[in-house]
Design a protein around this ligand. Structure first.
Ligand SMILES: C[S@@+](CC[C@H](N)C(=O)[O-])C[C@H]1O[C@@H](n2cnc3c(N)ncnc32)[C@H](O)[C@@H]1O
Length: 151
C-alpha cells in the first residue's frame, strides 16, 4: 500500500536439485556440483507447493488440528520482517508463529482463546530455547522436499 515495505526475497531462496545441468565451457551454469549432487539456488515461485502439514512423526507436531508447518511460517517471517521486528498473531493456535519468530530472532506476541493450545505454545517456546532448528530450512536456504537428508 506504500513504498515503505519489507520484502527480503534473498532470505527465502530454495535449494533445488538440478534436472538439466547446463554448462558453459565446461562450467556449471547457475548451479553447483557437490558430492551429494547438483543443486541450484532459486527464488521462490508465486505458488508455494514445497510444504506439508507437520506429520505426527515430525518433532514440531502437536495435537492442534490446523497447525501450520514451521517452514511455511518461516518463509513468511523471513520475507516480510527483519531481525528484532515484532510479530503478532491474533489466532496463535499451537504457537507456530511465535515459535518461528523466536527461532529467527524476532520479537513476538500472540492471542489464543483455548487454554490447552496456549499451553502447547508455552511448551514449544521452551523447547525452542535448546532446539532452534526449523525442519527444511538450513544454512540460510529452504531445501526442496526430501533432499536435505541426502546432504
Ligand atoms: C487456524 S488456528 C491457528 C493455527 C496456528 N497457525 C498453528 O500453527 O497452530 C486458529 C486458532 O485461533 C483460535 N481462536 C479463534 N477465535 C479466537 C479469538 N476470538 N481470539 C483468540 N483466539 C481465537 C482458535 O482456538 C485456534 O486455535
Amino acid at each position: 500500500m506504500s513504498d515503505n515495505y519489507t520484502f527480503n526475497v534473498e532470505a527465502v531462496k530454495l535449494k533445488r536439485k538440478v534436472i538439466a545441468p547446463y554448462t558453459v565451457n565446461g562450467t556449471p551454469k547457475d548451479w553447483n556440483n557437490t558430492e551429494a549432487g547438483n543443486y541450484r539456488l532459486t527464488h521462490p515461485s508465486n505458488l508455494w507447493t514445497d510444504l506439508t502439514i507437520p506429520f505426527w512423526s515430525m518433532p514440531e507436531n502437536t495435537d492442534h488440528p490446523t497447525q501450520k508447518p514451521e517452514k511455511l511460517v518461516a518463509k513468511v517471517i523471513l520475507a516480510s520482517s527483519n531481525p528484532g521486528d515484532v510479530i503478532f498473531d491474533p489466532f496463535l493456535g499451537s504457537g507456530t508463529t511465535s515459535v518461528v519468530a523466536k527461532k529467527l530472532g524476532r520479537q513476538y506476541f500472540g492471542v489464543e482463546l483455548d487454554e490447552m493450545y496456549a499451553c502447547l505454545t508455552e511448551k514449544r517456546l521452551e523447547i525452542a530455547e535448546t532446539e532452534p532448528s526449523i525442519q527444511g530450512y538450513s544454512e540460510g536456504v529452504f531445501w526442496e522436499r526430501n533432499t536435505f537428508k541426502t546432504q
